[in-house]
Design a binder for this molecule. Structure first.
Ligand SMILES: *Cc1c(COP(=O)(O)O)cnc(C)c1O
Length: 354
């Protein structure tokens, strides 16, 4: 603490991301990164931007990227916003759209960055408990509110809310913005972007960090009707004119243009996820149904924290949250087939110990 801090800074409780260990040879299943490399075409596009052009500022509007995303999702470029990771896109949405007189609603178990943004932007919020089976029940959201945000699939549970439930929610709240954070949608869900042109109260965010293996270049996006995008642009252009560098703009664009690679790497992860779920169930775990690139699991006989440290001793890191309702669960990112086999073998040993 320091006398030079602003009043606001005294009140902040920042988000703590999953660990990025400095040592090699760990099996890193703690931050939901993709175990496969980015599209070779994305890597080439990034290399192509590493010449003298770097002396110039990038396009502040990232127009070539917005056009590629608009083509991909069959929307207009003025319905697309891009930012430095979807965390930045979300931050701008909190400030531009989710800050209202009435409280913002989100699930009690969800992406733990949401309450952090509420602190930063001084937004009042109310959490809505997930059901006993960790589902979002849209009936529980029949509350007077300023806006609603939730990830779909939810984090860290992996549970998917079907599109028809999202549409019902949009209809029940025509005067409130609903932000669907689709960080994991490509691993088995159906995007709500198809609803954007019919619902002016819908904003959808996505990231290239998970399904497109590009966490390292930090690109996220939002899609909604043009007035919502305009709100985000106003905040962005009052904050940083150039949130995306050249490498990010061209790498992300090339990723959206390489559909075949994207589909095959998502499919590999989905297949490995189903194999992991089967094995964990055989080992006595209860696994929450997942449409994401991670699973959320608990074992009746072994405390989750103890399992996490036993795994760590074998150089496997997973995510453990010491929080009410979920402190007996582990969130395990889906790795490669080889990593998955090692994980399953190590877990089998741990749970067979007396
Ligand atoms: C990973 C994640 C994000 C952030 O993604 P970045 O684009 O890497 O900032 C946003 N929301 C949820 C739910 C996530 O899990």
């Amino acid at each position: 603490m320091s006398q030079f801090w602003s009043q606001l800074v005294h009140t902040l409780t920042p988000y703590i991301p999953g660990e990025q260990p400095k040592v090699d040879n760990l099996i890193k299943l703690n931050t939901n990164e993709n175990p496969y490399p980015p599209s070779p075409k994305a890597l080439q596009a990034i290399r192509d931007e590493t010449g003298e052009c770097l002396k110039l500022y990038p396009d502040p509007n990232a127009e070539v990227l917005k056009q590629a995303i608009a083509d991909y999702y069959h929307v207009e470029p003025n319905q697309v916003f891009v930012g430095n990771g979807s965390d930045e896109v979300l931050a701008h949405a909190f400030q531009a759209l989710l800050k209202q007189d009435k409280p913002l609603l989100f699930p009690d178990i969800t992406y733990s960055f949401y309450p952090v943004y509420c602190g930063l932007y001084e937004i009042e919020y109310q959490t809505i408990p997930l059901t006993d089976t960790f589902e979002i029940d849209i009936k529980d959201y029949s509350v007077d509110c300023g806006a609603i945000i939730f990830p779909n699939p939810n984090a860290p549970t992996g549970r998917l809310l079907p599109l028809n439930a999202i549409e019902k929610l949009l209809q029940n709240h025509v005067n409130s913005l609903i932000l669907v954070d689709e960080a994991y949608i490509d691993f088995g869900g159906e995007t709500a972007i198809s609803l954007v042109n019919r619902y002016p109260n819908l904003l959808v965010t996505q990231t290239l960090s998970k399904s497109r293996s590009l966490a390292g270049i930090r690109v996220g996006l939002a899609i909604g009707q043009a007035p919502l995008i305009e709100a985000l642009e106003r905040v962005k252009n009052s904050f940083n004119s150039y949130p995306l560098g050249r490498l990010a703009i061209y790498g992300a664009k090339a990723s959206f243009e390489d559909q075949a690679y994207f589909v095959s790497s998502c499919q590999k992860i989905i297949t490995t996820r189903e194999e992991l779920i089967t094995t964990l169930q055989q080992l006595g775990f209860l696994v929450i149904p997942s449409a994401a690139n991670f699973i959320f699991a608990t074992h009746p006989n072994f405390p989750a924290e103890q399992l996490a440290s036993a795994l760590r001793e074998q150089s496997i890191i997973v995510r453990y949250f010491n929080k009410p309702r979920i402190d007996q669960y582990l969130r395990i990112t889906i790795g490669t087939d080889v990593e998955n086999k090692i994980l399953c073998d190590v877990l089998a040993k741990i749970v067979s110990m007396p």
